[in-house]
Design a protein around this ligand. Structure first.
Ligand SMILES: NC(=O)c1ccc[n+]([C@@H]2O[C@H](COP(=O)([O-])OP(=O)(O)OC[C@H]3O[C@@H](n4cnc5c(N)ncnc54)[C@H](OP(=O)(O)O)[C@@H]3O)[C@@H](O)[C@H]2O)c1
Length: 307
């Protein structure tokens, strides 16, 4: 019998039924209930800092998402195995979001929607997908899925990762030394990096300034990758055309936040992709089985790398 605790600053009750189905013999508690202190497995999204350190029997910490930045940021995080969700359907959903965002700028919906508000009928010159260069920061489970869909749609796709990789139809740059060359070759920049000490604030004035004039940004990784004021300054100055922002340093973005009304910026509510509760429960259940059998865990995070 495994004791599992749902540990989060947000309500995770939507996971209770799928976990009961996937692990009918487990005992499920929700932090901060006292029963959570006995948990061997913590299932987390934004765990309150220090909460996991109050569970002396813990053997495994599992994210319910692809990202683990909101777990690794806990200064009292116990040194235990940490796993995340890797889901092809989530990656596909993110790829669709990215394809839509690419079409939004490529087919100039940003300009047409703006014109429509002023009753202005204007047809812009059309460009072929093959003439649009899309650059993807991060070629992991999600970045590769997005790159493949964009290649299929006919775009010129480049990618940037920490280590070199081969993706059919994609020109890959690797490492800090190749970041500037990568940036200068993108008409549309898409960020799909994990949030780590190396990538926090990576989209700042210096990096965004290396994009060619008229380039656009699609941010669907984490809000803290972006220095928002630097983006707004570059858009207002006409260096960048605009941005789609799906993630923010504080979510939900408050209704009175100026980004909602900033010309050229489109806000979406962290809707890029999410694993289905059933998938989350099944992947955690499989890792609990592996933990108990002494087998290697799936989708384990390297805490020193941060992803
Ligand atoms: N908006 C949404 O709804 C939503 C949904 C799910 C996920 N996300 C975000 O998407 C992120 C990416 O997810 P994933 O599953 O694709 O991650 P992943 O599989 O861990 O891939 C991360 C990629 O980023 C690269 N990378 C990491 N640090 C780097 C650095 N310092 N320099 C260059 N490249 C670096 C890695 O390079 P290597 O391959 O060389 O290691 C890898 O290619 C998540 O962390 C999460 O924040 C957002």
């Amino acid at each position: 019998m495994t004791r599992i605790a749902l540990v989060s600053e947000i309500d995770l009750t939507f996971l209770e039924a799928p976990f009961r189905r996937a692990l009918p013999d487990a005992v499920l508690a929700t932090w901060p209930d006292q029963a959570a202190e006995q948990a061997e497995v913590a299932v987390c999204w934004q765990p309150p800092p220090g909460a996991l350190a109050t569970m002396p029997k813990l053997r495994l910490i599992h994210s319910i998402a692809a990202g683990v930045d909101n777990i690794l940021s806990d200064p009292a995080l116990p040194p235990l195995p940490l796993c995340r969700i890797v889901d092809p359907m989530l990656a596909r959903a993110m790829a669709e979001f990215v394809l839509w965002g690419t079409l939004y700028f490529h087919r100039q919906f940003d300009l047409v929607i703006r014109d429509g508000r002023e009753g202005r009928w204007h047809r812009y010159e059309q460009h072929a997908a093959a003439d649009i260069r899309v650059g993807i920061l991060g070629l992991g489970a999600i970045g590769i899925s997005a790159a493949e869909l964009l290649v299929t749609a006919g775009y010129q796709v480049t990618g940037w990762s920490r280590t070199p990789k081969q993706v059919v139809g994609v020109t890959v740059h690797a490492g800090d030394d190749e970041l500037d060359a990568f940036l200068s070759g993108a008409d549309i920049l898409i960020c799909l990096l994990p949030l780590t000490l190396s990538t926090i604030g990576i989209l700042n004035a210096e990096r965004l300034g290396r994009l060619r004039k008229g380039a656009a940004l699609i941010l669907c990784s984490r809000g803290d990758h972006l220095v928002v004021d630097d983006l707004v300054t570059l858009v207002r100055a006409g260096h960048l055309r605009g941005a789609i922002l799906d993630v923010f340093d504080k979510e939900p973005l408050p209704a009175d936040h100026p980004l909602w009304r900033e010309p050229g910026i489109l806000v979406t509510p962290h809707m890029g992709g999410m694993a289905k509760p059933r998938v989350i429960a099944d992947q955690v259940a499989e890792n609990i089985r592996r933990l108990q059998a002494g087998e290697a865990l799936c989708n384990r995070v390297d805490p020193t790398r941060g992803y």
